[in-house]
Ligand binder design. Sequence first.
Ligand code: BGC
Length: 780
Amino acid sequence: MIEATDLVGAMTTDEKVDLLTGQGMWRTHGVERLGLPALVMTDGTYGVRYSISQIDEKQEAGVDLDAFLATVNRKANDVEIAWGSMKPATCFPNGSSLACSWDVELARAMGEALGVECRAMGVDVLLGPGVNIRRTPLAGRAYEYFSEDPIVTGELAAAMINGLQGQGVGASIKHFACNNSEVERTSMDSIVDMRALREIYLRGFEIAIGKSDPWTVMSAYNRLNGEQAAESHWLLTTVLREDWGYRGLVMSDWHGIKDRPASLWAGNDLDMPQSRTRRDELLEAVNAGTVSLESLDTACIRIVELVRRSEAGRAVKPKPLDHDAHHRLARKLAGESIVLLKNEGAVLPLAAERLKSLAIIGPSAIEAVIQGSGCATTSPTRVDQPLAEIQAFAGDCEVRHFPGTGSPEALAAALAGAREADVAVVFVNTEVGWDGEGSDRSTLALAEGQDALISAVALVNPRTVVVVASPDAVEMPWVADVPAVLATFFSGQAMGGAVADILFGKVNPSGKLTTSFTRSMRQIPGYLTYPGENGRHVYSEGLFVGYRSHDTLQTELLFPFGHGIGYSGFAYSDLVLDRDTLRDGETVSLRFKLTNTGAVAGRETTQVYVLHGKPRVSRPAHELKAFIKTDVAPGETVDLTLALAADDLRYYDPARECWILDTDDIIVEIAASSRDIRLQAPLKTRSRVGRFREITWDTQPGIILATPIAHAAFRGFIAERMEISEDDAEHILQHCASSFLGMATTLDRRLRQRITREEVQPLLDRINADIRAWEQQPGD
Ligand code: BGC
């Protein structure tokens, strides 16, 4: 096979420029003359959405704005109408649902199944997963994204990508970066401070990219700190390639590039979809010499390498496609992801043989709400309807359905039915079709009339179970009035079956929340500056996203991050750390025991948080660092071991542009949720790096006196400059201690000598070099 460099060397400039723009909406260009094939790519994040009309029949659709908008603005409930002929594909749990499984093995299995479906359809690159942080539950694309936390996000994304790419299909991890709202989504400037960027918003990408090497990265639509993401050299080259060592291809989001030459220079290799205008702009820039041939070639080489990866992928025989097996997998995934939020009086699981009648209420019991709206919306191979699935478990128990909404008569009938039934199960959801890509939710409330429906049913039947389908958190004004609540999020085409499995105890629920549920919208961190104004959206909560804010401020919540219960209980004991001090580059191993105290087999997600003691810089009260999901038989005790790397405990120092391990006395927490800490152990973190700040000419004397190397150096400087003893120099220094002016200015005044910046600079350079050298030496 010809080397990528040689192949690109044989191309004309025109061919190169063609190669760097899409062909139609869903293909890359090939170079037939040189035997380079085109690639096919399509959405999305939890199912393969293959539009026959756009991919097979009407390839020029990329120039057709209507076709594109029909794709993106599509509502979940009119999939077929907007899409014309779509190939059916398994609609798996959407990102916000899947993540509640906290199960990397299942995420990998889902990735693999997506890969198998892509291969069967001839798709080379799948445009997912979406890994943006769910900074606010209002975000239109929250349903596609995994979590408010970067560790859960990164780990699940990596597993999914590995599963997908293992089948020879490339992933496109997206949207890089800070696409956290749909408001003015192609122009809004996300203003994010550097620590929040590195520690929260980029961290999930960094973890996933490090652990799975996705074939492609998709740049985001929005601006980030003043630059269009698709045109940010800092983001696409400095961070992605230089810091993280990424070697794959960067493609734009669809029509996300505004200045093509600038985007190429920044590191955005491929412009999607086809745009003659942007293609010509690039060609003109190349001809004018404002874009170098070298950067053109670099991007082309990455495309050729992507094609090579894909060709190698195609050479591997895929697993055979079995839609029934994928539907079963979808049911298993949904069953692992649905979260039982409360279950007072053990109203669940239902024992069909002891029930005479069940009232199933709500229109979505017969028209399941399974996915969100937008480019990810999938044409499911089939849909399990909750009512039918419940009937399949009910045996002799009478099951009656009441829509309950739409008219006073419908409500009255539902209430009469609920009053007579042993148990009422109410299926509710957020407004279908309006939340999703292109627009944020304006409220955390359920669809109109549904809160009132639940309250009314709860009044007539104390055994009311509520099943909520939503993209992200919702408010639950009725939560105290009902004994049981299940959150399904958008759990895909097998949601109905999975809910029935849980209601009747066939599956012991084990999902846990990956975002916080606040009591009201006003408690969302950053609420005061959401959604931005005049084109700027300041992420005012900084690092304190989600539970990082709530647990620091001790906000009273509806349900905390990491919460979820099941039908068995779990006890934790015997936490042992294999060391009491952790230094740079080291790893600490945590061992503890987990016991299933219930009568049924269960799965528990254990979360490891780190509580910062006296951090040098601002830090959340505690932060998730690791998690593990474990099967435990009733009565069984398992020994679990987890590792924490010192690297993962570091904070990002924007001044030094590096990660730093604090010297701190921290607490390692073993937890069932962010508010349910079961075990604790102390751990010292020790590092010399960053202990002392860089000394500049205007550093205050108090800081210099607290920095031994600087203190000694200034003492020597004064002694030499004034031709006095070190003791006298020390005396003078101590007299400077209370000055709030910078050191150079303070000395200038106190010594009554002209001391210029230039004069102290060599001293400062030496001090700072000595501090760096000291940092590298062993010892605390
Ligand atoms: C979305 C992407 C998607 C692309 C192609 C864009 O509007 O933001 O996530 O992959 O369209 O459908």
